[in-house]
Design a protein around this ligand. Structure first.
Ligand SMILES: [Zn+2]
Length: 65
C-alpha cells in the first residue's frame, strides 16, 4: 500500500509568494511517538502542500484528535 496518494494540483494561498499559486498536494503518514513508552506509536496522516512556484511546503495534520 502506498503512503502517498497521487499528486493533485490545487490552487491555494502561499504565504511565501503572498498570492494564490498552484500547489501539489500529497498525503503523508507520519509516525509519532505519543510520549508514553508503553503506548504504540501513532500514525498520523499529514496533508503536504507544496507550492509549485517557490517550493514552499506546508504540512498540516489532518485529524484533530
Ligand atoms: Zn509559493
Amino acid at each position: 500500500m502506498a503512503t502517498n496518494q497521487d499528486l493533485t494540483k490545487t490552487v491555494e494561498q502561499c504565504s511565501h509568494c503572498g498570492t494564490q499559486t498552484p500547489h501539489r498536494v500529497t498525503v503523508e503518514i507520519v509516525t509519532e511517538s505519543t510520549g508514553n513508552t508503553n503506548a504504540a506509536f501513532s500514525r498520523e496522516p499529514y496533508r503536504m502542500s507544496e507550492c509549485t512556484r517557490c517550493g514552499n511546503t506546508t504540512r498540516k495534520r489532518m485529524n484533530n484528535a
